[in-house]
Design a protein around this ligand. Structure first.
Ligand SMILES: [Zn+2]
Length: 323
């Protein structure tokens, strides 16, 4: 741990393509010198939101309670809809689905929510496919220690990346995910006090003001770009297979168990199972031999050939092999 309570950056950066820096202000504004009115808070939140959007992060206005500032336009409609509206109606108020990188739309969102004092950054969207690791302090557990323990047990290193400090003393680590995998939101599944913000979730952006204080980028991390999520951490973030059965055998039957594992996937778990199986195959040295049978199995479950190949290639890269 370094002096900011983050993790050492001991992953070599050589060879990696340069990533754009994020222009977040490390210090925003403080109590005391000048009272921050709600209006100023809104203006500042908008400025921060636009700055984030310039770097490709989709943003939406948040209220002081950290919730989306705009309420659903469908809240008074009777009964649950057949298909929930994610903004197809053209109005604002669809939570994270409002998020945008378009400055005109962002200004319109904030104009519709003049009480907004913060902004959310949607996770799981291109180009970063952001994954937020939310290290909580409220639960009375040492979530940072829990993450370090996970890192030791699963042999990964938390890379140097954007860290946002929360008013309650918590920290958000920003990581990027591969474009072809959906990382779900979870609370406390990895370890007590560790929440994951993935697809459909959002992170409170640095510079946001809430009832409890201001979110700020940790000193020294404001200009970093979010670093890729380590593969073995990524695998912990993916939903566990739904079957209570033990992990399928890898050796002895030349990966037939892995193929079977993919074949028995339900619609919601096809890609995840294929990725998991392909990772195990590559880790066990039978990746290249099993690529074709795994693709075949994935086609049986209804994945397209393109999807299947992309997922297997992703697994190969993740495990340090050439796709
Ligand atoms: Zn709608």
């Amino acid at each position: 741990m370094n002096r900011y309570g983050t993790f050492p950056a001991n992953q070599p950066r050589t060879g990696a393509p340069p990533r754009p820096a994020l222009p977040f202000f490390e210090r925003t504004y403080e109590h005391g010198v000048m009272a921050t009115t709600d209006r100023q808070a809104t203006t500042l939140a908008l400025a921060h939101a636009l700055s984030a959007a310039e770097r490709g992060l989709a943003v939406l206005p948040l209220s002081r309670t950290k919730l989306p500032a705009l309420r659903s336009p469908h809240r008074d409609e009777p009964g649950p809809p057949d298909r929930p509206c994610h903004g197809e109606c053209g109005r604002f108020g669809h939570g994270v689905y409002d998020a945008s990188t378009d400055p005109v739309r962002i200004r319109a969102l904030f104009a519709a929510a003049p009480w907004a004092t913060g902004y959310g950054i949607a996770c799981g969207l291109p180009p970063y496919h952001l994954i937020g690791v939310d290290l909580d302090t409220k639960s009375g557990t040492d979530s940072s220690a829990a993450l370090r323990e996970l890192a030791l047990r699963h042999l990964f290193t938390i890379p140097e990346t954007v860290v946002v400090l929360t008013p309650s003393g918590g920290r958000h680590l920003w990581l990027t995910g591969p474009p072809d995998l959906v990382v779900p939101n979870s609370a406390g599944r990895l370890a007590p006090g560790i929440d994951i913000r993935g697809a459909g979730g959002y992170l409170v952006g640095p510079g946001s003001r809430t009832d409890h204080g201001v979110y700020t980028a940790a000193p020294g991390t404001a200009r970093l770009a979010p670093a890729p999520c380590p593969p073995s951490l990524l695998r912990l973030l993916l939903p566990p297979p739904h079957t209570p059965a033990p992990a399928p055998p890898v050796s002895g039957d030349h990966g037939r168990g892995l193929v079977q594992f993919v074949l028995s996937a339900h619609e919601g778990q096809r890609n995840t199972r294929l990725f998991w199986a392909a990772c195990r195959a590559y880790e066990n040295g039978i990746g290249p031999a099993l690529a074709a049978p795994l693709t075949e199995a994935a086609l049986h479950t209804g994945l397209s050939e393109r999807e299947a190949r992309a997922t297997i290639a992703s697994a190969a890269r993740m495990t340090g092999h050439r796709p």
